[in-house]
Design a protein around this ligand. Sequence first.
Ligand code: AMP
Ligand code: MG
Length: 332
Amino acid sequence: MKKTAAAVAVILVAVLAVFVFYDGVLNKTSDADFFSMNTYVSAKVTGYESDLCTAEIQKIVENLDTEILSRTAENSLVSQINKNGGGELDLQTAAYFSLLLDVCRQSAGAFDFTLGAVSDLWSFGSSPKIPDENELLEALSHSGYEKIVLSGNSIELQDKSAVLDFGASGKGISLDSIKACLETRDIKNAVVSVGGSSLLFGDKDFTVGIRNPEGNAGSYIAKLHIGEGCVSTSGSYEQSFEENGKTYHHILDPETGYPVDNGLVGVTIVSESGLLSDVLSTACFVLGVEKGSALAAEYGCTAIFVTEDKKIHVEGNSDIIEITDSSYTLAE
Ligand code: AMP
Ligand code: MG
């Protein structure tokens, strides 16, 4: 009798060990942190193929940056288009460009990815400064999305001095490529952040913080409770400098070439698409609460606008937001 009980116990322990082993293999988590696209990228992937995925994620972001979207990497597609005034695109990139042009039109030019020469004069990525007024006007005269002609897989810049800039969309494009890759892998869930844009992947309830505009990167004013999707934030606090008591930031009004000054400090967009979340956060920031809400609604996205006077406006699904800092209130 004693022998039987001992044998049963041994078998149970063995079964449990096998179960724990397989659970550890199937649910193992793998992390990656690196710098690319001028920003910090972090990935946390859970599932059987998590190691493989984190390596792939790094490759996807780095390749998109250096081979396609960067306008500083000499041989990237975008650098070549900027240099030659046009070029040929692969199918996927042509589809991204087409959606970007659609947002330019729908936002009446508040979003404009031909502002590269204007952005360069502000030098936010390196040593920011207020540009010379005449240089700014000259650069602005060469911008304008209407000068882009996209025909099938060919793109032409009708003004050869226009400079394409993917600063407001590259992070979202990365997330869409990463999502397409994760869908082919044995993965339970993943959270990938490329700067202020995040992909939440898998059948899980996720919580995402909205950063405190006045605090450091780890301090939040609200939580968003969402399922699978993408979340992007554009904030005036992300890249800025002060001169003579005035703050200048990197989100530019395409009409003037100067930083947008409309009482907003941040806009967060929730969307199924990484590209749309990234692009609309910038576009809605430029447009302000009223017109930005209309644009977000047009694309079926939820938009959260945070103002300088600590009001939070929500367009779309307001059930997802939980304000955690009592100095902020939900606007009616
Ligand atoms: P994001 O952080 O996604 O809002 O992108 C901001 C970046 O987009 C800036 O650093 C510029 O490179 C670029 N940008 C600034 N203003 C605009 C604009 N009005 N439309 C499109 N891109 C812009
Ligand atoms: Mg953006």
